[in-house]
Write a protein that binds this ligand. Structure first.
Ligand SMILES: [Ca+2]
Length: 357
């Protein structure tokens, strides 16, 4: 099994229809070869609680973990809880991980040494590389909250190196033992840096901005704001005042396409190593991301933009060219890809996008 996690990827993926201009040919190809879950939502719209929930199979209301801390093994009821990779390991799978699967630095180094969480630890990677100074001075001046054309080549990105590590392992994975290979890609999590060719896919003058409604949070309870209001991502008002809304949308899309290309490299490597026919591929996002909707950027809200995530299963035993969609506008829960493409979704996009703002 190849288990690909993508950090902060919302539904701006071609086959999920979140942005009409998103170019993600490799995730779309994966979806066509399997089943896309069009109404998948994360269990909690933030890395640590979402990933902890997914890997333990427990809701955040059970783990009690809603924030970037703690590492769940320090919570007594979870100290010996069997995670998904441990479940596979107990059934004879070789388990390998690279990049961000558990949240950031988790587990602490001593948790990696004894190989209790995964059998093999690969390159951890990070958000790098970084320019000598940020391109955009946002109000919070957070090092990660930045966007722009950088670096020069894909190969300089940590995500490229993480994918490389996984690809290198595929060549040597023994065919006599099944594997559970986890690859955690960081983009499009901020900083939204990508080489120029990915920005060129989205010419600024043709770019569609997400539809937003003035006063959209006027009827929301104040408490709903407290979940995220002090996070470092700028608000829409700041982006508009500083002509940064369009550049951020463009940079995010560029990073989505860069990430998609890494997914493509992984899928190609499965095929070239003769592993494609008997490997199940799962691609999942840990939370979505606002880019102007509800007056904000970032995550940690309970609105759809923050909770809806891509989820694709493909491989042996998985229905191909299928979608599962439990949204009210879809008349059946599972459809063939071609028929579901006709489902109405996000009808406000084009009208709003044509009147540039
Ligand atoms: Ca995340």
């Amino acid at each position: 099994m190849l288990f690909i996690a993508v950090d902060d990827l919302n539904d701006w993926v071609g086959c999920f229809g979140g942005h009409p201009q998103a170019r993600t040919p490799h995730m779309d190809r994966l979806a066509r070869g399997g089943t896309a879950f069009l109404n998948a939502h994360c269990q909690s719209p933030l890395c640590n609680p979402s990933r902890t929930s997914l890997l333990t199979g427990l809701r955040p209301s059970t783990t009690g973990i809603y924030a970037l801390e703690p590492w769940f093994r320090t919570v007594e009821p979870l100290r010996a809880w069997v995670t998904l990779p441990q479940y596979f390991a107990a059934r004879g799978y070789r388990t390998l991980t690279t990049g961000k699967i558990h949240h950031d630095a988790y587990p602490p180094p001593e948790g990696r040494r004894d190989n209790t969480e995964f059998g093999v630890w690969g390159l951890f990677g990070g958000h790098g590389p970084f320019p000598t100074r940020t391109f955009v001075e946002t109000p919070a001046r957070h090092r990660l909250v930045d966007w722009g054309i950088f670096p020069e080549r894909d190969e300089q990105q940590d995500d490229w190196k993480v994918a490389d590590w996984a690809i290198g392992r595929m060549a040597s994975l023994s065919r006599d033992k099944p594997f559970f290979l986890c690859v955690g890609l960081r983009k499009p999590h901020v900083p939204c840096y990508a080489p120029r060719k990915w920005f060129d896919l989205y010419p600024e003058e043709e770019l569609m901005l997400p539809p937003v409604k003035a006063g959209d949070r006027d009827d929301t309870p104040r408490f709903s704001w407290y979940l995220h209001w002090r996070l470092p991502e700028p608000r829409l008002a700041w982006l508009q005042a500083h002509d940064q809304w369009r550049p951020l949308v463009r940079a995010y899309l560029a990073c989505v396409s860069f990430t998609d290309s890494q997914v493509g490299r992984l899928l190609d490597a499965l095929e070239s190593n003769g592993l494609a026919d008997d490997t199940i591929v799962v691609l999942w996002g840990d939370n979505g991301w606002h880019i102007g909707e509800k007056g904000m950027t970032g995550k940690t809200t309970l609105w759809e933009r923050s909770t809806r995530v891509p989820l694709i299963f493909a491989g042996p035993g998985v229905a191909a060219a299928a979608v599962a969609d439990s949204r009210p506008n879809c008349s059946t829960s599972t459809r063939r890809w071609s028929s579901c493409a006709a489902c109405p979704r996000e009808p406000t996009w084009r009208a709003t996008a044509s009147s540039r703002s």
